[in-house]
Design a binder for this molecule. Structure first.
Ligand code: FES
Length: 125
C-alpha cells in the first residue's frame, strides 16, 4: 500500500517547509511518513490515512491505540502512570508498547500496529 504525497525515502532527516521532520515508518502498512515534531503518533497516523483504532478519542481511557515501538523508543516522552494503567489492559503487550495517542513524536521511529489493534475503514485488513 502506498500513501500518496506522504511517503519519503530512508536516509537523512527530511526538510519540509524549512523544518526538520522526524520520519516514522509504520507496519504492517510499510509506509514512512514525515511528522511535525511534538505531534502524537495517533494524530500523525490518522493525518496520513493510516488507521489506528482510538475508541476513547485519544484521551488515555482505553487501550485500543496500542502500538509497539520497534526503533526510537527512547526519543518518546515518558510513559505516565495513567498510560501504564491503560497499557495493562492491552493485548499482546511488549516491553516497548505505547499508546499512540499518548506518545509525542520528536525523532525517527519504527512502529508496529499489533494484529489485535483494529484497523478502521481499511478494506485490505
Ligand atoms: Fe484510547 Fe489512545 S485512543 S487510549
Amino acid at each position: 500500500m502506498s500513501q500518496e504525497g506522504s511517503a519519503i525515502t530512508a536516509g537523512s532527516p527530511t526538510a519540509v517547509d524549512n523544518e526538520i521532520m522526524p520520519k516514522v515508518h509504520i507496519y504492517p502498512q510499510d509506509v514512512e511518513i514525515a511528522v511535525e515534531p511534538g505531534k502524537t503518533l495517533l494524530d500523525a497516523a490518522l493525518d496520513n490515512n493510516i488507521k489506528i483504532d482510538h475508541n476513547c478519542g485519544g484521551n488515555c481511557a482505553c487501550s485500543t491505540c496500542h502500538v509497539v515501538i520497534d526503533e526510537g523508543f527512547s526519543t518518546l516522552n515518558e510513559v505516565t502512570e495513567d498510560e501504564e494503567d491503560m497499557l495493562d489492559e492491552a493485548e499482546e503487550l511488549e516491553e516497548t508498547s505505547r499508546l499512540a495517542c499518548q506518545c509525542k513524536v520528536t525523532g525517527d521511529l519504527v512502529v508496529r500496529i499489533p494484529p489485535k489493534t483494529d484497523l478502521l475503514d481499511d478494506d485490505t485488513f
